[in-house]
Design a protein around this ligand. Structure first.
Ligand code: CP
Length: 306
């Protein structure tokens, strides 16, 4: 099955997800052997207008492990010709002449869709502002399935910055495709899950609830998906940020409330919302989750490059 642009989580159906996960499982073996050379004539451009550690490094590592090449720029907003006033569309048209696939992260919602609209080569959305982060959601779903063995029937808490968090938005779209999933949204009043996602869940008859007491939810769920309160999305609303940060923290006391087989996930980076002492608990899955990003992105690249 071939993919072209990867822009939003809704574009994936369950058979495509299962195929992607099967390829990702194979990529775990490929990466363990050091990689392949099958894509030695292919070039990936990474165009990141916002900071990244995991997404950019894992995409670039994925391309190297497939035998391909990477072209990139440090901080595209500053070091690409956008700094001289070039439009995103023109930048993409130019990269079409150089690269076989473009991975883009941008601060504006809808930027990846704009890029795809003028691109012959596949565009992969690596995060568009507070919009979506579909490849993160794919690796999140892969992690849940790998850690727990199933997706259907799970109870999943999403915690923290749900209003501005693109990862939880994309993950909610993907989870809505699986039967009997129950979603618990735990957020400060200013950061509640947005209505467009809630409406989508209603349309698909997905069970969800909004809670304010994390300790009440922890004993019920199989997955705790913690997120960072993103200071960079508050602009000059410093008082709002201070009101929201630190409200929900996963610590040793939280671990005592959780099921023995539950897992803790986080797209990372984390600040104070998961204390370091939690890292040693086998239920802390967030570093394994980040590692899975490599395999899922290798799989994605093979599916878009063909
Ligand atoms: N999860 C994620 O997108 O991390 P980075 O911002 O480091 O890419």
């Amino acid at each position: 099955m071939k993919l072209h642009h990867v822009i939003e989580a809704q574009q994936f159906d369950v058979p495509t997800l299962l195929q992607l996960f099967a390829v990702a499982e194979r990529m775990e073996q490929v990466a363990a052997r050091g990689g392949i050379t099958d894509y030695q004539n292919r070039i990936m451009a990474t165009l990141f207008y916002e900071p990244s550690t995991r997404t950019r490094f894992s995409f670039e590592t994925a391309m190297h492990r497939l035998g391909g090449h990477v072209i990139s720029t440090e901080n595209a907003a500053e070091f690409s010709s956008v700094a001289k006033g070039e439009t995103l569309e023109d930048t993409i048209r130019i990269l079409n002449g150089y690269a076989d696939v473009i991975v883009i992260r941008h601060k504006e919602v809808g930027s990846a869709k704009r890029a795809a609209a003028v691109s012959r080569v596949p565009v992969i959305n690596a995060g568009d502002g507070a919009g979506q982060h579909p490849t993160q959601a794919l690796l999140d779903l892969y992690t849940i399935r790998k850690e727990i063995g199933a997706i259907e029937g799970l109870r999943i808490a999403m915690v923290g910055d749900l209003a501005q968090g693109r990862t939880v938005r994309s993950l909610a779209y993907l989870l809505s495709k699986f039967a009997d999933v129950r979603l618990y949204f735990v957020a400060p009043p200013l950061l509640k899950m947005k209505e467009d996602i809630l409406e989508h869940l209603r349309e698909r008859h997905v069970w969800w609830t909004e809670e304010t007491a994390l300790d009440k939810v922890l004993p019920e769920v199989d997955v705790v998906y913690q997120t960072r309160v993103q200071k960079e999305r508050f602009g000059d609303r410093i008082a709002d940020y201070e009101e929201c940060r630190g409200v929900y923290i996963i610590n040793q006391a939280s671990l005592r409330l959780m099921k023995e087989k539950a897992i803790i996930m986080h797209p990372l980076p984390r600040l104070e919302e998961i204390t370091m002492e939690v890292d040693a608990d086998p239920r802390a899955a967030y570093f394994r989750q980040a590692q899975n990003g490599l395999y899922v992105r290798m799989a994605l690249l093979t599916m878009v490059l063909g």
